[in-house]
Design a protein around this ligand. Structure first.
Ligand code: NAD
Length: 528
């Protein structure tokens, strides 16, 4: 009997054809109410969805025959991943399926701005013929600055090079070798802001990228430069952008995404002629919608017929004994990866995960995978998990090393994560007390005992009296409450280190104030 596939969201006729031609029995039932879906799901081996069908734990309980769920698209928020994993159901998505489409919109925005297409259209429709006013610029020979060269940014690089642009890029998570393969020169962010004639943003919204383009950055851009954001709302300070356009400092800007969607009708940008926008339609082309549908159909067919797993986003089960031993360490290791990512120099090229002590006896692949999840999460938009993180790290040219040693002097088991890049390395280690209490026990050369959770300020300073008092006072004045403190110093007492768990995220002004305190060398805000 052939496997049965239920298509419960609008895929595409081509996708259905792919499934049928693969010899699968396909039922297309779009828009079923949850009860109706629950009533029939027990008869299917595979479920294909977009974002409308909610694949809940309750639905999965009835899905006694289900082996795989395919989501045509990236986000899998509509699927209860834990419940699917517990039931041994593989969940797949189609990352990168709309990259060409989004990159083309970014390019259209740049072309449209250079040639004033939207403003000129409005002018002609208003009965005017303003040839002089709408004299534009050529793309050819201009410098494009791309911030983030992942799935979408790298397609834009390719297209821009073909249009004879000089392309520079900033992406702290791509090795120069990987960038060279794309035909792009990696530069520091300051250089990109200063040199680019047009800038296009293709980064996820993270703590580092929120408000990345603020008034200060806009002021550093070339006079007449263009800015395009088809990534996420919140990366650009929209009010500062309106000011930079109104003053004539920027030549034009285009947004497909807004901090608040839809934006309010009195948005300050709407009054600016050199501002162009679209209603978050970056991924909306017939081709992209069809491409992700066909991709998921091919993935489902390959899995059902040959057992080939591609783009799985949930974790295959491990033997229970192994899981019991690893389970307390997995959240710790994810935090170690995250901490190392936030402390590491730009452009990490190598990650080493070292397990010492009792834990060295169990398979360590899940630990290194989980460290990569914690690390990559700071840079990537794609949902990450133990299955895809190692493959993504490899694709990005990152070497991953696993080291184990039976001896651990101070702890029953200790896991160390070291991230190396062009600018140096960051090394962090942690342990778990009594199966539950995770602790960071080393940050670079400093031994400590810190709780890896929430907002953290790390500070390196000269080992001099009064430094910690000043830090406490400055934080108190700023209304930032310290929840826990772990202090450490080097044996020769040249440097000291503080790991402060705080109740709220310190703003940039607070961090700047801390950096200006006497004897303070380095201050960083971390979120774990
Ligand atoms: P991706 O994860 O493949 O690539 C993101 C890249 O940004 C990575 O290479 C990463 O190393 C880099 N990066 C992370 N932090 C950075 C930083 N601080 N500075 C510079 N680079 C940094 O993601 P993608 O699929 O290319 O998507 C890029 C963006 O486009 C995301 O924000 C995504 O939500 C957005 N997107 C928008 C639409 C739309 O409809 N407009 C559609 C799809 C995706």
């Amino acid at each position: 009997m052939s496997a049965r596939v239920l298509v419960s969201d609008d895929l595409s006729p081509e996708a259905v054809k792919v499934l049928e031609e693969a010899g699968l029995e396909v039922d297309v039932k779009v828009g079923l109410k949850p009860d109706a879906l629950e009533a029939i799901i027990g008869g299917y081996d595979a479920l294909a969805v977009r974002s409308a069908t909610k694949v809940t734990a309750k639905l999965l309980e009835r899905a006694t025959r289900l082996k795989v769920i395919g989501r045509a698209g990236v986000g899998v928020d509509n699927v209860d991943l834990d419940a699917a994993t517990r039931r041994g159901v593989v969940v797949m998505n189609t990352p990168g399926g709309s990259s060409v489409t989004v990159a083309e919109l970014a390019l259209a925005m740049i072309l449209g701005l250079y040639r004033h297409v939207p403003a000129a259209t409005a002018s002609v429709k208003a009965g005017k013929w303003e040839k002089k006013k709408f004299q534009g610029h050529e793309l050819s020979g201009k410098t494009l600055g791309v911030v983030g060269i992942g799935n979408i940014g790298s397609v834009l690089v390719d297209r821009a090079v073909a249009m004879k642009m000089r392309v520079i890029a900033y992406d702290p998570f791509i090795s120069p070798e990987a960038a060279a393969k794309l035909g792009v020169t990696l530069v520091e962010l300051d250089q990109l802001w200063a040199e680019a004639d047009a800038i296009s943003l293709h980064v996820p919204l993270t703590e580092q990228t929120r408000n990345l383009v603020n008034a200060g950055v806009l002021a550093r851009m070339k006079r007449g430069a263009l800015l395009v954001n088809c990534a996420r709302g919140g990366i650009v300070d929209e009010r500062a952008l309106a000011d930079a356009l109104a003053s004539g400092h920027l030549g034009g800007a285009a947004l497909d995404v807004f901090e608040k969607e839809p934006p309010p009708p009195d948005h300050p940008l709407f009054a600016v002629e050199s501002f162009v926008c679209t209603p978050h339609i970056g991924a909306s082309t017939e081709e992209a919608q069809s491409a992700v549908a066909v991709a998921i159909a091919e993935q489902l067919a390959a899995y059902l017929q040959k057992g080939v797993v591609k783009n799985a986003v949930n974790v295959p089960g491990l033997p229970r004994e192994v899981m019991d031993q690893l389970a307390p360490y997995l959240p710790l290791v994810e935090k170690l990866g995250s901490l190392a990512a936030q402390l590491a120099p730009a452009g990490p090229t190598e990650v080493t995960v070292e397990v010492a002590g009792e834990l060295a006896a169990v398979p360590m692949r899940p630990l290194s995978a989980r460290a990569l999840v914690g690390l990559l999460r700071h840079f990537l938009e794609t949902p990450l998990n133990d299955v895809n993180a190692p493959a993504i790290a490899k694709d990005r040219g990152m070497a991953v090393r696993e080291v184990r040693s039976a001896e651990s002097h101070d702890y029953a088991s200790v896991v160390t994560v070291t991230v190396r890049g062009q600018g140096g390395e960051a090394q962090v280690a942690g342990t778990v007390y009594g199966k539950r209490e995770a602790r960071i026990v080393r940050v670079d050369g400093f031994r400590l005992e810190a709780v890896p959770e929430g907002h953290v300020i790390v500070c390196e300073n000269d080992d001099a009296p009064g430094v910690f008092g000043n830090l406490g006072t400055a934080l108190g004045d700023a209304g930032v409450n310290i929840a826990r403190i772990s202090l450490s110093r080097q044996e020769d007492r040249s440097r000291a280190f503080a790991f402060l768990n705080v109740d709220s995220a310190p703003g940039p002004e607070v961090l700047e104030r801390l950096r200006r305190l006497p004897h303070v060398r380095v201050v960083r805000a971390i979120h774990l």
